[in-house]
Design a protein around this ligand. Structure first.
Ligand SMILES: Nc1ncnc2c1ncn2[C@@H]1O[C@H](COP(=O)(O)OP(=O)(O)O)[C@@H](O)[C@H]1O
Ligand SMILES: Cc1ncc(COP(=O)(O)O)c(N)n1
Length: 283
């Protein structure tokens, strides 16, 4: 038996969620499910759960730098994802590493507001993200609200999503942009633009309140697939299937917006009665 399997190391740089549904915790669970080796640099420690955020502790930029150095001096990741980065100073520190490794695929999830409505990024950081980080992004993954804030425009239709994706690529320099339609329309259509081609990724809208961490899970799955060498289109398609199953096989945990189920896709092959038994314990 070969015990020396080659594995892709992948890094997330983000905030935490002690209740396990979003942020670093969602990213690491996703990496594990996508068979890559997960590493994490924490930017902010967040006291939050499915009902919302109660406190945030931002780590000093020098300490974020030290964590980045600890990772990069030992295990250089094959792809990087960023989630919650609250301030301009933190972003500048991350950008220094992204510039040192210009070939690494970089998935920029521009986390600004949690599903609960809590603000996770200082306003002055938004300009830095748009004018500095975007140009280095392999894929940027805003939801509609985040795209509206980044581009200072309203987005109410799929056509407007397409125009916004084009601006993020053609004007601000991202290699590709996916605008997530989780909060718009009867079906969930995400719009991907890679500078040449516009692709719609459509899934049924699952009737659920359990959407805490959907964005983190989606972006982490894209990162894992890019690390394995998939094209942007393939990575986004696989991530869309993965997150749809994570939402479909919800876990019924918590008093607010419940978490997604990172092993949901595995339950597809499990008979429904067995799935119901495994869900019973959560009531
Ligand atoms: N109720 C839902 N049913 C099916 N897919 C959903 C649902 N809500 C969100 N999604 C999908 O989950 C992914 C994350 O989208 P979204 O929830 O908009 O991100 P965010 O967490 O950043 O707000 C997208 O692929 C979106 O289409
Ligand atoms: C640390 C952290 N990062 C990101 C999110 C957004 O998650 P979502 O919008 O998918 O609920 C969050 N709630 N916490």
């Amino acid at each position: 038996m070969n015990t020396n399997a080659k594995v892709c190391p992948v890094l997330t740089i983000a905030g935490t969620d002690p209740s396990g549904g979003a942020g670093i915790q969602a990213d690491l669970k996703t990496f594990q499910e996508r068979y890559v080796y997960g590493m994490s640099v924490v930017t902010s420690v967040v006291a939050q759960n499915t009902t919302g955020v109660t406190a945030v502790h931002h780590l000093p930029v020098t300490f974020i730098d030290q964590q980045l150095e600890a990772v990069f001096s030992d295990i250089v990741p094959y792809a990087i994802k960023t989630g919650m980065i609250a301030s301009k100073e933190m972003m500048a520190s991350v950008l220094r590493y992204l510039k040192r490794f210009p070939e690494l695929p970089f998935v920029l999830d521009p986390v600004m507001v949690a599903t609960s409505g809590d603000v996770l990024m200082e306003e002055h950081a938004r300009d830095f993200l748009v004018n500095q980080l975007l140009a280095r992004a392999t894929v940027v993954t805003p939801n509609i609200k985040e795209a509206e804030l980044m581009l200072d425009q309203t987005i109410e239709t799929t056509t407007a999503m397409e125009k916004a994706a084009e601006r993020l690529v053609d004007v601000y320099g991202a290699k590709a942009a996916v605008i997530k339609g989780g909060h718009l329309g009867e079906t969930c259509i995400d719009v991907l633009y890679d500078g040449k081609m516009m692709t719609h990724l459509e899934s049924e809208r699952i009737d659920t309140e359990a959407t805490h961490g959907t964005g983190c899970t989606f972006a982490a799955a894209i990162t894992a697939e890019l690390a394995k060498g998939k094209t942007i289109l393939e990575a986004v398609q696989l991530a869309k299937l993965f997150v749809t199953d994570a939402i479909r096989y919800q876990l019924l945990l918590g008093k607010g917006h419940g978490p997604t189920n990172h092993w949901g896709y595995r339950l597809k092959s499990v008979p429904l009665d067995v799935q119901e038994v495994s869900f019973d314990g959560n009531d």
